[in-house]
Design a protein around this ligand. Structure first.
Ligand code: XIL
Length: 585
């Protein structure tokens, strides 16, 4: 074939493969309209040397209400004039800059949502807005079918006072062969750089809080020091690295379930059941739940998490709770009986219990019984299972750029209040479901530090990152996990599932359907089983002494002498350091 023709055909193919259609007839900012307080309005301003000529300028005024609705109390949006189908890929491109801001960074959130309740979101991407023009390109998939004018593109601006300009908006449906991994989103997070300052501090804290010294002396039967080889083999971390699991999979021998267990045992030393110990799940199949719990205990799992005794939203509760809304006394009894029943059935088997899940947005029970009833739930849980550490658990504390200050304050206040009122509360859970908007590492640390002041144990309870950019996902997994492992108040880090085929957000998994590890899985495996793992072969010195700094956890120590004597013992490296004498007969 003539080379020219080949080039032509190739060009044609490429353009066909990357075909896209603009969703708006009027390009750019034309379709967007303002809604919000009258103290602000939409201005159109000229722009130079950016490839677009005009931008929307929006000033977020001071004094917006301090509620969750604040975010969307000021917005510009555009109705989608075309039809879109579930799973269609759309690429949203736009430029933003901040000409005024209050804190370190200005902030905007781009949503694609159903125009009417329940406002189903295909995209909700909170984005930091720098002072210089920045291009974002955000690919996402449509969640449901839409006729023309049934969905909105919607920029939310209800954050701290700021002035933001948005221009060069292009919203295009991608036709075929769209390679999402190839898109330069322009999105990252503070602290991603290899030489970011936080890394050194975190490494020092990891050495200080997660490691200690073994001092091992080898003697003969008469306490005389011996020359010997000492093999240290780490067996298990004392820090909990866990995941959500499914009872049915743990109890099955189907080929995928065997793989599921194999990978679970390889990568985790702790677990939480995804749905089996929630109130409805437990009522539906208590035997299965308890059998799976015993199975994990038999496999040596001592750092298990119970989730959750009370998730106070009628949607997540047994159906009859709703019918008790007019009968507070019956509702109270029903809840207390449940806590005592489930707590006693599992007593001594969970190290931790989420007594109360997501109490800030979910208030169906508190609205009937009053807030003090939450204190009672904790007391009942303690009564049922006196040894378990009792937790409260909440989402959107660290994620989304840590921008939800209102919720952070509410969580902080609620915990303080519960303690004041005498709730036996030992720890707080920070779920850690990340979406498009990651949180800078310094910001995440600030928020953890603030909650650490409450003097409770902190656990990351439900980590996942629901984004398609696998490199970004892997980098953030590495950095967030490192930050958390280095934080003295945190003692557990649990993922919310690990296998794509059993994951509530399949994109968040670390293992693909075909059981290959994704880049975020490689990061997890390398940190947990290699970098933060201690194996060493030592020789005792003059005094029969061998020392080694290692990660806290359980070990097997084998001593070998040249004349062929040997002994293997289990040992635990504790925070204070572990000093042992190993006597050979
Ligand atoms: C989710 C499960 O993953 C789903 O399978 C279930 O349908 C709904 O609940 N916060 C929580 C978890 O505390 O219990 C939720 O789990 C995810 C959000």
């Amino acid at each position: 074939m003539h080379p020219r023709l080949t080039t032509l055909i190739l060009a044609l193919l490429t353009s066909l493969l990357s075909a896209q259609t603009s969703i708006f007839n009027a390009p750019d900012i034309e379709p967007f309209t303002y809604s919000g307080p009258s103290t602000s309005r939409l201005e159109i301003v000229p722009v130079e040397a950016q490839g677009f000529t005009r931008a929307m300028r929006l000033r977020t005024p001071d004094g917006l209400p301090a509620t969750a609705a604040r975010e969307y109390s000021i917005r510009v949006r555009a109705l989608v004039p075309t039809e879109l189908k579930r799973n269609d890929w759309v690429l949203a491109t736009f430029f933003v800059r901040a000409t005024e801001r209050s804190g370190d960074t200005a902030f905007v959130k781009l949503n694609f949502e159903r125009a009417v309740s329940p406002y189903t979101k295909s995209l909700s991407a909170g984005l930091p807005v720098p002072d210089e023009w920045k291009r974002y390109q955000i690919p996402f998939q449509i969640a449901e079918n839409y006729n023309p004018r049934e969905a909105y593109f919607d920029f939310w601006l209800g954050y701290d006072p700021q002035t933001i300009e948005i221009g060069g908006v292009k919203i295009e449906k991608q036709e075929t062969g769209f390679n999402v991994q190839g898109i330069e989103t322009g999105y990252s997070y503070q602290g991603r750089e290899a030489d970011a300052a936080w890394r050194k501090d975190a490494a020092e804290r990891i050495d200080k809080y997660r490691k200690a010294d073994f001092k091992l002396t080898v003697t003969d039967a008469n306490d005389a020091p011996l020359q010997a080889t000492v093999q240290l083999r780490m067996k298990r971390h004392s820090f909990a690295f866990g995941t959500a699991v499914v009872a049915q999979a743990l109890l099955s021998s189907a080929p995928d379930d065997l793989k599921y267990k194999e990978w679970f045992f390889r990568l985790f030393n702790s677990a939480v059941f995804e749905n089996d110990f929630k109130w409805p799940g437990f009522e539906q199949n208590r035997t299965r739940a308890l059998t799976a719990l015993d199975y994990l205990r038999d496999q040596g799992f001592t750092m298990l998490r119970g989730h959750t005794l009370v998730w106070p939203n009628f949607t997540y509760l047994p159906a009859d709770l709703r019918t008790l809304a007019n009968n507070p006394e019956a509702m109270r009894q029903r809840i207390n009986n449940h806590i005592l029943d489930e707590g006693r059935a599992t007593a001594g088997k969970f190290r931790d219990w989420d007594v109360l899940n997501e109490p800030i947005p979910n208030r169906d029970l508190q609205n009937v019984l009053g807030d003090l009833e939450m204190v009672e739930w904790f007391k009942k849980a303690r009564e049922a299972d006196p040894a378990a550490r009792l937790f409260i658990n909440e989402y959107d504390i660290i994620p989304n750029a840590g921008a939800n200050k209102v919720k952070q304050d509410e969580y902080y206040r609620l915990i303080t209040w519960l303690k004041e009122k005498g709730a036996p509360l030992d720890g707080l859970g920070e779920q850690g479901h990340f979406g498009f908007t990651l949180t800078g590492i310094d910001k995440a640390k600030q928020i953890f530090d603030r909650f650490a002041e409450l003097g409770l144990v902190i656990e990351v309870t439900e980590f996942d990152i629901d984004i398609y950019d696998e490199k970004l996902q892997a980098d953030y997994t590495r950095d967030y996990l490192t930050l958390c492992f280095s934080h003295p108040s945190i003692d557990s880090f649990l993922m919310w599932g690990f296998w794509e085929a059993r994951h509530w957000k399949p994109q968040g998994a670390i293992l693909r359907r075909d059981w290959t590890l994704k880049p975020n899985g490689e990061v997890w495996r390398d940190l947990i089983t290699k970098e933060w793992w201690t194996n060493a072969d030592l020789k005792t010195g003059e005094e029969g002494l061998a020392t080694q700094r290692g990660f806290l956890g359980d070990y097997e120590i084998t001593v070998l002498t040249e004349d062929g004597r040997s002994k293997t013992i289990p040992a635990t490296l504790v925070k204070e350091g572990t000093t042992l004498t190993i006597k050979l007969d």
